[in-house]
Design a protein around this ligand. Structure first.
Ligand code: ZN
Length: 77
């Protein structure tokens, strides 16, 4: 479960493909990725190993999203 403190620190741009909302997702308490709420385009997963580098991993995956390192997996192509 994502905590609000962390979400507030993470700055995500809208999806470059469809303009949809970017969502930071955390899975299994082990890694983050960012996914578009509309078209489903995703970044790769950034894994973290401890609470200390958890926020760093979140920032990293947000950065990947913001510079456009995104796998376009949307339908309709
Ligand atoms: Zn999108």
């Amino acid at each position: 479960m994502l905590d609000l403190e962390l979400i507030k620190k993470i700055d995500l741009q809208d999806c470059p493909y469809c303009g949809g909302p970017a969502i930071l997702e955390e899975e299994n308490g082990r890694w983050f990725y960012v996914v578009c709420g509309d078209c489903g385009s995703v970044t790769c997963e950034i894994e973290y190993t401890s609470d200390e580098n958890r926020e760093e991993a979140a920032q990293q995956v947000a950065h990947l999203w913001n510079i456009g390192k995104i796998n376009k997996t949307g339908v309709g192509e």
